[in-house]
Design a protein around this ligand. Structure first.
Ligand SMILES: [Zn+2]
Length: 143
């Protein structure tokens, strides 16, 4: 995460529902994966759609409303303390950060490409869009 006068082009902008927390990305975003793990479903009620960027490409504008929650000792999730929007997920040892796809300003130019952690999906829905499904988390690490 950098907060400086980076002059690389802005790939995407995003933020929370109330606008108190805004960010931008100066670098590529990966296509979207939908995570069905219990943490995501507790936080979002349903699966969560994530994209990701290199950590150094994410610039979070300073905000007194930004808060962090640690669902595990090795991860932290950023959210807006005013409106509650989930925004970022960092994990120890990774060089990328996962971004909630819903936080991006549209058009995103991204596509949903895969479902992950489907072994933890809720019993109240089926995944029927024909996209690839993986039981566990990606080896590369997502959220
Ligand atoms: Zn907010």
């Amino acid at each position: 995460m950098v907060v400086n006068d980076d002059d690389r082009p802005i790939r995407a902008r995003g933020g929370c529902l109330c606008g108190s927390v805004r960010f931008l990305v100066r670098g590529p975003l990966v296509d979207i994966k939908a995570c069905h793990c219990l943490i995501c479903r507790r936080l979002h009620s349903y699966c969560c759609a994530y994209t990701a960027c290199e950590t150094v490409d994410l610039e979070i504008q300073p905000s007194p409303k930004l808060r962090w929650y640690r669902p595990s000792p090795t991860s932290r999730r950023g959210f807006c303390s005013k409106c509650g929007t989930q925004l970022f997920s960092f994990a120890t040892g990774r060089d990328h950060v996962s971004l909630m796809a819903s936080s991006l300003d549209e058009p995103t130019g991204l596509r949903l490409v895969k479902h992950i952690c489907v072994n933890q999906k809720g019993d109240y829905y089926e995944i029927a869009d024909g996209l690839p499904q993986e039981g566990g988390r990606d080896p590369g690490g997502w959220h």
